[in-house]
Structures are given as C-alpha cells and as structure tokens.
Write a protein that binds this ligand. Sequence first.
Ligand code: GAP
Length: 450
Amino acid sequence: MTNDPVDQNVSEPAAPDPAVMDRIVNLCKRRGIIFPSAEIYGGFRSTYDYGPIGVLMLRNVKDAWWRTMVQLRTDVLGLDASILSPPAVWEASGHLANFSDPLVDCTACKQRFRQDHLDDLSRCPGCGARDSFTEARQFNLMFKTHAGPVEESAAVAYLRPETAQGMFINFANVLNTSRKKPPFGIAQVGKSFRNEITPGNFVFRTREFEQMELEFFVPPDEAGQWYEYWCRERFDWYVRHGIAPAKLRLRAHDADELSHYSSGTSDVEFLFPWGWGELEGIANRGNYDLTQHATHSGADLSYFDQESKTRYVPHVIEPAAGATRSMMAFLIAAYDEEEVNGETRTVLRLHHRIAPFKVAVLPLSKKAPLVELSRQVLADIQPRWMADYDETQAIGRRYRRQDEIGTPYCVTVDFDSLEDRAVTVRERDSMAQERVPIDRLVAYLGERLI
Ligand code: GAP
C-alpha cells in the first residue's frame, strides 16, 4: 500500500445479503427511525420523514461531522446559506446548462428511463420491447419555483441542488470578516433538492436530502497535497465512527468520469446490501468555481498574499458527503442479529456518538419509590446526554427495545437501589452488567461515552 489515497482499497468482503435491507427498513418503521412521507395519503414518491429516534440519529451524524470538520479545527469556519437562490448563481456554477440526466421513453410501455442506467439500449427493461426508445432528452434536475406572488420569469428561483455554491458566493464575505487566509475552509450542513429521475434504495437516493460539504480554499501549488489529505481524512472519519474498513473503499474516478475542471475526484464508497455505493466525493476542483462566480458577478474573488506579494484565485478541495445517505450506511453497518438464550437479539452496534440515546433509565417496577428515584437518576443524566425513560413491560423486553435502537447503556433502578443507592448498568454489545453507586453514575458514564 502506498500513500496514494486511491490505493486504500481493501480486499472484497463477503457478498452482502439483500434481505437484510428489508429487515432494516422494517426496523426503521417499527421503531420510529424513518417513516415513508405522507403515508396516510398513500405516500409521496421517495420522500421520507425522520421519526423521534431517526431525528436524533440524523442530528448525531451531522453533529459528528461538524465536530470533526469545524469544532476540532482552527482552519474551517461554518456557514448556513439560503436554500433559495436566483438563476444567476446556477448559470455561473454551470448547473443550468449541465446538471441534467439523459432521459428516454419507451414508446411501447410509456415508461421513462435514464439512458445512462440502461444496460441494453435496444431493449426496454420494463416491457422487453425492441428498439422502442425515443431520442434522449436532457432533463435538468433542479427544482424550479417562483419567489413572490407572480409566476413570471423575473421571479424564477431554484432550490439548491447542493450546498456548495453557498460557500463559493460567500467566499469574499467570509474572508473579509475572519482572520483566515488560504489554506482555510467553509463548511455547511443542510438540505439539498434534486428532481432525481430514479430515486430509490430507501433513503440512498431521494429528491430531498441533507448534505455535509466542505469547500477548502488553498494556494494553487498546495492543491495536490490537500486533495490527498482530505481523501485520507474523510475515509478515516467513517472508520472512526464505527464502519469497518472492509465495508469501505476509496475509489478514484476514471478520466472519463471527471468534470472538465476537476484534476482528481475520489469517492468514499460503502458496501450497501446491493453493492458498492457512494457516500462522499472528494474533488480537486481547481479555481473553476471562484473564477466562474467572479466572471459572472464581477466581484473580485482572488486573494492577495501579503507575504509573497502575489495575487491568486484559490483552488478548491471539496469533500462533499450526504448526511441522510451516511446515516443509512451507519444503520446498515451497525445492524446485527445474534442468538441469545434461544432467541434472536437485534442490536444496532452504533458508535456512541451516532446512537440516538446514550442511556436509558429503566425502573424495575412502576411502584412510586422506584419511579421517584429513577426520575432523580434521569435528572442527573439528561443535562449531559440524550436519555430515554421507559417503565413499561418486563425488563428483558425493555433491554431488547433499547438494543434495537442502539442505546449503549441501560441503567436499571431496582428495589435494592432504595437501600444501597446503586443501580445496575448494562452495556449494549457485551450485555455485561455492573453495579454502580448513583453518585458515581455520571462520572462512570462520562468515562465510557467519549
Ligand atoms: N458539491 C458536490 C456535490 O454535491 P455530489 O456527489 O453530487 O457532489 C455529494 O453529492 C453527496 O451528497 C453524495 O456523495 C451523496 O452522499 C449525497 N447525495 C447526492 N445526491 C443525493 C440524493 N439524491 N439523495 C441522497 N443523497 C444524495
């Protein structure tokens, strides 16, 4: 293995089990992780709602990214740009002209396909008809709307198809209001919208999704080394958050996959149950974006380096990840079933930082003194960690419910607790139990929930 990021590929792991996807989708519905959107009206085409457990997990994915990319660094600043923007932005970025997929219709069955997804251009995969396709038409993926009450062309606006352009058009704002100089980055997390022709595979490809993107601005002669740096960093981020390296690979784009301005792009891919799929792309974009916006807007988006007395347009290295897609990968990677005492235990072995709840407080019975003490224990925990509280059903069933949503620690308050002021802490993966004094509990959990 060399230092070249494209050589980080690992040997092929065992073939994935497609049936596991059905069980995960089922778990998501049953446990309030992800619901099909507008279900009471029959659903709405590949849109999803994140339920009480899912919203916590998705937030944790985004927080984990922000922590690594912004909080723990001094060279990256955050931004939250608008979702709506005028056509000028998308003209400059190239999205109006190029952000499209080639579509063909089958004249026999009237189904529509992405031409670049067809294996055989002479045979319809829907009805089997031969030579039934129309000429390909380019279909722009941006959602178009109108700002204000009049639907006239002057009021046209677009929902952003990526968060990236917000960083480019605010480059000068951020530079002028911070004390940063290249190399430095601007990071953003938020919703993006694409009118995908073939959404699918649960939340892998949806029309509304969340991205986590960094635009890292560098002196032109440092672009190559920063590209390699970010390829490694981003691959490692998924590993550090619990995905086995054997389920990940870094795949460099072939020359014919690269955009004309990109001198290198690598994808971090995850082994989904249906095969390898992209989680994130890391691209060396040159000075294309800032140059385009400078030309179209007339703004000066260059940087003057006082030390070398040179002016240049920074180059951009862009690690662009999907938050919703990553959450799905974390779910799949964590999903496990094992045999315990003749029963199947379903457990999400999520990294603590990604787990929706870090702790669950479980009184052994609903008797008043136990509930009162449990509420006190919960009150100690809640300011530090997201905690669940559950006093229904047998304790074994409650452990299983917490295992299913990946809660790392269950704290059981029993009748002995009233006497010895201690609780039983059960660890999710090993199911090992330990008696811990209540006044040591927060410290005990703090040592483990890092
Ligand atoms: N600014 C560059 C950019 O947006 P991209 O590869 O088109 O690059 C980055 O998108 C990431 O966003 C993808 O790797 C994927 O994780 C996520 N993403 C893109 N389209 C998506 C969709 N329709 N549904 C869910 N996630 C999507």
